[in-house]
Design a protein around this ligand. Structure first.
Ligand code: FAD
Ligand code: DLZ
Ligand code: SF4
Length: 508
C-alpha cells in the first residue's frame, strides 16, 4: 500500500529524510499551499510568493525525477485549507493509511502532526550540522550556553577552516576585524536578481489578489526559486560580496539594503541550499586566496555557529519559548513598524526597506528595530510576530530565538549574556542614518534629542534590579551614576514625555 510523503514548504531538498525513507515506486508525495500556513501570521507577500513559487518548481523537479506528486494550489476548489486536512484528503483519494514526514521547524505544526488522525512517522530533519541529540548533549550540565563554544565544536566536526586540529590562523574568531563603519561607497552589485518566469508570475498574481493587503510589496520580485538559481546566487555572493563581508558586516547605509551581505538565508531556510555546501564554497574561496580570513571565518561562524545554535535552543527550550516575556514588557508595537510615519530616520529606513525587500540585515534587525522595541518596552510576543511576518527567511525555529532571545532578552538571558541595547551613538557610528534625521544624535536631552539616547538610560534605570550586578553592564551603570542627579532626572523625564507621545500616537 502506498504511504504519503508530506513535503512542507520549507523542506524543498532532494535529500530530505522523508524522501530518502520513501519508496519512489509506491509512495506518493503530498505538497499543498494552504490557507492555515499562509495566514497563521500575516506574512509579507514576497515571503509567500517565494515559498509558493519554490514549492511549485520543486514539485515539478520531483515529478521529473519520477515521483508521483499530488500538489494542491491555494485556489484549488478542493483545497482543505490546512496541512492535516490536505493529508487526510489525499489519504482518502489514494487509499494510503500512513504518512512519512520530516520534522517541521515549528512546534505548532509538530503538535498538529503528532495529533493527526492518521499514522504519522516524523523523521529527524538532518539538513543541519548538529542533531537535536548532539545539541542536547553539548548543553547538558553547562551553566551558560555560549554560542562560541558550540561553534568550536562545529568547526571540529565539519573540519571547516581547520588545520591539523587547530583553527586556521590559530584563532577561532576574527570578529574583532568585522566592525568597520559604513564605507563611503559600495562596490558590490547586491544579490543576483532573477526575472520571474510564468510559474512565478502566476504566483505573484495569486499572492497580490489574496494577500495584497498584508504589509509588504510583492513586486518587483527577484528571488531565486530553484536550487539551480540559488546556487548561482551563492556563486555570485562568493565572487562579489564575500571578500568585504567581514569588514562591513555591521555597517548600515541609506539606500543600500544589502551591502556585502549574502541574502542567502531565504534559500538555505527553504532547503534550496545546504548549510554545509554554502560554507564549503566560502572555505574554497578563502583557500584560493580570494577572500580574507576574517570574511570567511565570520561567514562560516554565522552558519555553523549561530544558525545551528539558535535551532538547538529552540528545540531544547520547548514550545513555550516564543511566549516568554522575561522583562515583563507590555507596550503595543508602534504603528511605524507597519510603515506609519516616524521622524526616526533609522527606523523609517529599516522599515521601508523591509517593506520593499522582505529583507534587512542582521544589524538593522538587532540594533535598529530590535533595539528600539527593547528600549521602549514593547511586548516581545508582538515583536516576535512582526519579525515572523516581515522577513522572507523567517520560520519560527530561527526567528524566535533571534527575536525573543537575542534581541528582546525575553528568555531570561539564555542566548544573550546582556541585552543588546544602545544609544544613538552606536547607530551613528555604524550608519549614515543620523545625518538625515529630524532628531539630533548628539543631543542627550531636550527637544529634538535622539529617542535612543533617552530610552537607553530609561531602560537601564527601570531594569536596574535585574542588570546592575551583571558584570558586562557595570560600566553602563557607573556612567549613569556619575551623571549629576538633576541630569538623570531630566533624562528620565524627557524619556517619559517621549513615550507618552508615542502612546498618544502623536508624531514621533
Ligand atoms: P549574512 O549576514 O550574509 O549571513 C550569512 C548567513 O548566516 C545567513 O544567510 C544566515 O543563514 C546565517 N545567519 C547569520 N546570523 C544568523 C543568526 N543570528 N541566526 C541564524 N542564522 C544566521 N535569520 C533567519 O534566517 N530567519 C529569521 O527569521 C531571522 N530573524 C532574525 C531576527 C533578529 C531580531 C535578528 C537580530 C536576526 C535574525 N536572523 C534571522 C539572523 C540574521 O539577521 C539573518 O540570518 C540574516 O540577516 C540573513 O541575511 P543574509 O543571508 O544576507 O545574512
Ligand atoms: C510559511 C509557509 C507558508 C506561507 N505557506 C505554506 C504552505 O502553503 N504550505 C506548506 O507546506 N508550508 C508553508 N509554509 C511553511 C510552513 O509554515 C513551515 O513548514 C512551518 O512554519 C515549519 O517551519
Ligand atoms: Fe535614529 Fe537617533 Fe540617528 Fe535619528 S538620530 S537616525 S533616531 S539613531
Amino acid at each position: 500500500v502506498a504511504r504519503l510523503v508530506l513535503v512542507l514548504g520549507d523542506q524543498l531538498s532532494a535529500d530530505l529524510s522523508a524522501l530518502r525513507e520513501a519508496d519512489q515506486a509506491n509512495d506518493i508525495v503530498v505538497m499543498a499551499e494552504v490557507n492555515d500556513e499562509a495566514t497563521y501570521v500575516r506574512h509579507h507577500p514576497k515571503k509567500i510568493a517565494l515559498i509558493f513559487s519554490a514549492m511549485r518548481k520543486f514539485a515539478i523537479t520531483l515529478q521529473s525525477a519520477g515521483w508521483d506528486v499530488r500538489y494542491t494550489q491555494l485556489d484549488d476548489t478542493e483545497n482543505a485549507g490546512s496541512i492535516i486536512g490536505e493529508v487526510l484528503r489525499r489519504a482518502t483519494e489514494t487509499g494510503a493509511s500512513e504518512v512519512i514526514c520530516t520534522e517541521p521547524g515549528e512546534w505548532r505544526l509538530i503538535n498538529k502532526l503528532k495529533h493527526a488522525p492518521i499514522k504519522t512517522h516524523i523523521l529527524n530533519d538532518d539538513r543541519f550540522i548538529a542533531s537535536h541529540a548532539e545539541f542536547e548533549s553539548w548543553a547538558e550540565g553547562r551553566k551558560a550556553l555560549r554560542m562560541e563554544y558550540f561553534y568550536r565544536d562545529m568547526r571540529r566536526k565539519t573540519g571547516l577552516m581547520m588545520e591539523g586540529g587547530k583553527p586556521a590562523g590559530d584563532k577561532w574568531n576574527y570578529d574583532h576585524d568585522n566592525r568597520k563603519p559604513a564605507p563611503g561607497e559600495i562596490t558590490s552589485e547586491g544579490p543576483l536578481k532573477f526575472t520571474p518566469d510564468v510559474v512565478v508570475e502566476d504566483v505573484l498574481e495569486l499572492v497580490a489578489a489574496r494577500f495584497g493587503d498584508n504589509f509588504g510589496d510583492v513586486r518587483p520580485f527577484h528571488f531565486a526559486t530553484t536550487r539551480e538559481e540559488a546556487l548561482q546566487a551563492l556563486d555570485h555572493f562568493v565572487a562579489q560580496a564575500l571578500p568585504r563581508f567581514g569588514d562591513y558586516q555591521d555597517a548600515m547605509l541609506e539606500g543600500e539594503a544589502f551591502l556585502y551581505h549574502a541574502v542567502l538565508s531565504p534559500y538555505i531556510n527553504l532547503g534550496l541550499l545546504a548549510p554545509l555546501e554554502v560554507c564549503q564554497a566560502v572555505e574554497a574561496a578563502w583557500k584560493k586566496g580570494n577572500v580574507p580570513i576574517n570574511a570567511a571565518e565570520g561567514f562560516i561562524r554565522q552558519i555553523i555557529g549561530w544558525r545551528e545554535y539558535v535551532r538547538g535552543i529552540y528545540f531544547l527550550e520547548g514550545p513555550d519559548y516564543a511566549a516568554r516575556n522575561g522583562l515583563g514588557h507590555t507596550r503595543d508595537l508602534p504603528a511605524f513598524f507597519w510603515g506609519a510615519e516616524t521622524r526616526m530616520n533609522c527606523i523609517s529606513k529599516a522599515v521601508a526597506q523591509t517593506r520593499e525587500h522582505a529583507y534587512a540585515h542582521h544589524i538593522q534587525r538587532l540594533m535598529v528595530t530590535g533595539n528600539f522595541a527593547l528600549l521602549a518596552g514593547v511586548d516581545p510576543h508582538q515583536v516576535h510576530e512582526w519579525y515572523l511576518e516581515v522577513y522572507a527567511d523567517a520560520y519560527e525555529w530561527v526567528e524566535a530565538p533571534n527575536v525573543v532571545g537575542m534581541s528582546q532578552f525575553a528568555d531570561g538571558g539564555i542566548i544573550a549574556s546582556k541585552p543588546y541595547v544602545s544609544s544613538g551613538a552606536y547607530i551613528n557610528r555604524m550608519s549614515d542614518y543620523c545625518k538625515g534625521c529630524h532628531y539630533s544624535v548628539s543631543k542627550k536631552v531636550g527637544e529634538g534629542a535622539c529617542p535612543f539616547n533617552l530610552l537607553y538610560w530609561h531602560f537601564l534605570d527601570r531594569h536596574r534590579a535585574r542588570f546592575e550586578n551583571n558584570p558586562r553592564m557595570g560600566n553602563m551603570y557607573r556612567t549613569w551614576d556619575r551623571m549629576d542627579k538633576e541630569r538623570r532626572e531630566t533624562v528620565l523625564k524627557d524619556a517619559e514625555t517621549w513615550l507618552a507621545r508615542l502612546e498618544a500616537k502623536e508624531s514621533v
